[in-house]
Design a protein. Structure first.
Length: 249
């Protein structure tokens, strides 16, 4: 065997040995829940700036036993509804689906970050990537309202991240009706624990491939931020036409 071939085989052997060690290592790998969610509450909007309080969403409860409350934003029912399941409702859901759906309000709303992290420990999850709930639907068609709501949400999640000590990473929500403001909020989010950008396939009247979004993609790439394309729809006309009569999808 010539020297070059011997060297290549010896190198390949070392690679195989490393692979074997990686596959048989005793220490367990960590678990990442890459699509966890937070459920926004009235407290979320405490993070609005003083001048933005006029845009504060309000909850409307139809009292129809649907387990849902609706957000009134800018005088309209907008955004994804808020679930209000009781412990009994969640127990029934768990039985129907064959998996434990029981969670406390304080963990769903992240009112108690410590409780959320303890629940993660119970589930064997090391890190969660937090996605929004209300923003699965379009919340407004006015840029100034978009800037206010996204800013409040991002400040709320930044505070959760700080308390979570690295266990709770998050996808920022950007005011895509105003790209300059979106870029400003992107930088803030990157500095405060966000690991990516939440987006919907349709953002208003634009598809995500529209050149309008190129400045965002370029900045996200520079900041090493992923684009998280979630099952959602940012076009209210499409949602209103395709949703079921009870508002479900």
């Amino acid at each position: 065997m010539n020297a070059r071939l011997h060297k290549e085989v010896r190198g390949e052997s070392k690679i195989q040995n490393r692979k074997t060690k990686m596959l048989t290592r005793e220490e367990p790998m960590g678990w990442v829940d890459a699509d966890a969610h937070v459920v926004e509450s009235p407290r979320t909007w405490d993070y609005l700036q003083p001048a933005e309080q006029k845009y504060r969403p309000a909850l409307f409860d139809p009292q129809d036993n649907s387990g849902r409350q609706h957000w009134v934003i800018d005088g309209k029912i907008r955004g994804l509804f808020r679930f209000t399941f009781s412990a009994e409702d969640l127990a029934k859901k768990s039985e129907q689906l064959g998996r434990n759906m029981t969670t406390s309000i304080e963990t769903r709303d992240v009112e108690n970050v410590g409780a959320r992290v303890r629940h993660m420990d119970e589930l064997g999850i090391d890190i969660q990537i937090l996605y929004p709930s209300i923003f699965l639907d379009q919340c407004t068609e006015r840029p100034e309202v978009d800037v206010a709501l996204c800013g409040a949400y991002n400040r709320w999640l930044a505070n959760i991240w700080r308390q979570g000590k690295g266990r709770l990473r998050w996808m920022c929500v950007l005011p895509l009706l105003s790209i300059p403001d979106a870029l400003d909020q992107l930088r803030y989010a990157r500095e405060n624990g966000a690991c990516g950008v939440f987006m919907r396939a349709l953002e208003g009247s634009r598809h995500i491939t529209d050149p309008y979004f190129y400045p965002l993609y370029e900045q996200a790439s520079r900041l090493d931020m992923a684009i998280g394309l979630h099952q959602a729809n940012g076009n209210w006309d499409v949602v209103s036409k395709l949703a079921n009569p009870d508002g479900s999808r």
